[in-house]
Design a protein around this ligand. Structure first.
Ligand SMILES: Cc1ncc(COP(=O)(O)O)c(C=O)c1O
Length: 409
C-alpha cells in the first residue's frame, strides 16, 4: 500500500491515462455503482458499430471466418488473466456467473469423485446457493450449508467434501475472505475450492495462481466493465483442466468443433467449458474493456482502490458524523472488498434520494448502503462532492420523503 498514493505524480499520471480511456457519464452525475455495473470504455460504441456494420450487415456468415468472433472467449480470458493473477490460458469468458457456478460445481464433483458434498454458505448471494441446490436436486450431490466461515472446519471434518464454494467478497457488507489461507485449509481436507470473485475482480489485486485456487467465476459487468449483461469468466487451475469432461458438453467445447464429429471429445484445457456459440455483441463490448485490462498493473489497481476507499471512509466519518451511518464493511483494507457498505435504517430510501441528487449508489436488504468507487475512473473530487451531497440529504432529512419509500433495484 502507498499511503501517499494521491501525492505521487506517477500514480496520478497513470490514473489520468486510464480514466481517459472511459467515456464520461451524464454531466454532474457521480457514479458509485461499480459493484453493479462498471463504467463504459470510450471506444465500446465504435467497436459495437463496427461489428454491426462490417460484421453483421456486410460480411454476415463470412464474419465467422474473417474476424475473431470464435476466438473472443479465449482472448477476453487472456486479457483479464493479469488482474486475476491467473495464467493466460487458464481463463475463458462466456455465460453468466450463475451458469458458470453450476458448471464448475459439477466439474469439481466430477474430479473429486467419489466425494459428493458441496459446502455452501447459507446466506451467500442467492443465485450461488440456488445453483448448488440445482446440482444437488438433479441427484448429483448433497449441499452442506454453513452459517459462516467459522463453521468450515466442522463441515470439512467428515472427509466427504468435494468442493467448497465461497464468495471472495460479501455482496452486502463487502467483507473479504482470506483466499490463500482458506484455500489451503480446504486442500488440507482433500477438497477443492470455488471462489466467486464478482465483487473483487477488477477492483482488487487478486492472485489465483499464488493462492493455488482450484476454480473461480465472476461477473464481467461489474468492476471488469464488460457492459450490461456481459458474460462472466471461468478460471480452472491447470491441474483440473484435462481428464474430466465439462458439465455441459457442447460443440464449442469440442476438440474439433467444425469436424462435426458425432461423439463428444473435450477441447484441451479450460476451453472445454465453452459449450455454445459465443455472444459476439456482448463479447465485443467486453473487448473494449479487455484492451484496458491488458495494461493495468494489479498492484497499482489495488493501491488505487485502497486509497479511494479509505478516503471515502475518512470523509464520511468526518462529514457525516452523528447522522446515522454506521460502517458495515471491515475497516482494514485486506478484509474489505470492492465496495464500502454502511448500515442505515432506511438504506433503500437513502439510496433513492442519493440517486435523485446525482449520486448513483445501491442498497441491499436489510440495511446496507453500498458505495462502489471504480479504481480506474473515480476521483478524489468526485468523492468529496458525493459525500457533500450525502451530508445534505441526511442533515435535511430529505431521504424520509414518501417518494423514496418504494422498492428500488
Ligand atoms: C456475488 C454474485 N454472484 C453471482 C451473481 C449473479 O450473476 P449473474 O446474474 O451474472 O449470473 C451476482 C450478481 O450480482 C453476484 O453479486
Amino acid at each position: 500500500m502507498t499511503p501517499d498514493f494521491h501525492a505521487r505524480e506517477s500514480d496520478c499520471i497513470i490514473a489520468e491515462t486510464l480514466r481517459a480511456r472511459f467515456a464520461p457519464g451524464a454531466p454532474g452525475v457521480l457514479y458509485f455503482d461499480a459493484s453493479s455495473i462498471g463504467p463504459m470504455p470510450a471506444d465500446a460504441p465504435s467497436r459495437m458499430q463496427e461489428v454491426l456494420d462490417a460484421g453483421w450487415r456486410v460480411a454476415r456468415r463470412r464474419a465467422w471466418n474473417e474476424t475473431d468472433w470464435l476466438a473472443q472467449p479465449k482472448k477476453l480470458g487472456a486479457a483479464i488473466a493479469g488482474v486475476l493473477g491467473a495464467g493466460v490460458d487458464d481463463v475463458v469468458v462466456g455465460d453468466a456467473t450463475t451458469v458458470n457456478q453450476f458448471k464448475l460445481l459439477h466439474h469439481a464433483l466430477t474430479v473429486r469423485a467419489p466425494r459428493r458434498v458441496m459446502v455452501v454458505e447459507a446466506d451467500v448471494f442467492p443465485s450461488n446457493r440456488y445453483a448448488a441446490e440445482g446440482v444437488a436436486h438433479a441427484g448429483h450431490a448433497g449441499v452442506r450449508l454453513i452459517a459462516g466461515i467459522h463453521e468450515l472446519p466442522a463441515a470439512l471434518a467428515a472427509g466427504d467434501v468435494a468442493v467448497v464454494a465461497l464468495s471472495h467478497v460479501d455482496y452486502r457488507s463487502s467483507t473479504r475472505l482470506p483466499m490463500a489461507e482458506i484455500t489451503a485449509q480446504v486442500h488440507d481436507a482433500g477438497a477443492c475450492v470455488l471462489w466467486d470473485l464478482s465483487h473483487s475482480a477488477g477492483a482488487l489485486g487478486i492472485d489465483l495462481s499464488g493462492a493455488d485456487v482450484d476454480f473461480a467465476v465472476g461477473c464481467g459487468y461489474k468492476y471488469l466493465c464488460g457492459g450490461p449483461g456481459a458474460p462472466g469468466f471461468v478460471y480452472v487451475h491447470p491441474r483440473w483442466q484435462e481428464g474430466a469432461w465439462p458439465a455441459i458438453c457442447g460443440w464449442m467445447g469440442h476438440a474439433d468443433t467444425f469436424a462435426f464429429e458425432p461423439a463428444f471429445r473435450p477441447a484441451p484445457g479450460v476451453a472445454r467449458h465453452l459449450a455454445a456459440t459465443p455472444a459476439v455483441l456482448a463479447n465485443t463490448a467486453f473487448g473494449a474493456a479487455a484492451e484496458v485490462w491488458k495494461t493495468v498493473d494489479p498492484a497499482w489497481l489495488d493501491a488505487r482502490h485502497r486509497a479511494l476507499s479509505e478516503s471515502l471512509i475518512a470523509r464520511i466519518e468526518r462529514e457525516c458524523a452523528g447522522l446515522g451511518l454506521e460502517l458495515a464493511s471491515p475497516r482494514e483494507h485486506a478484509r474489505r472488498g470492492g465496495h464500502v457498505a454502511y448500515r442505515f435504517d432506511g438504506a433503500g430510501a437513502l439510496a433513492q434520494a442519493l440517486v435523485e441528487a446525482g449520486v448513483v449508489v445501491s442498497a441491499r436488504k436489510p440495511d446496507a448502503l453500498r458505495f462502489a468507487a471504480h479504481p480506474l475512473t473515480a476521483t478524489e473530487a468526485e468523492l468529496g462532492e458525493a459525500v457533500a451531497r450525502l451530508r445534505d440529504i441526511l442533515a435535511g432529512g430529505r431521504w424520509r420523503e414518501p417518494r423514496f419509500a418504494g422498492p428500488a433495484v
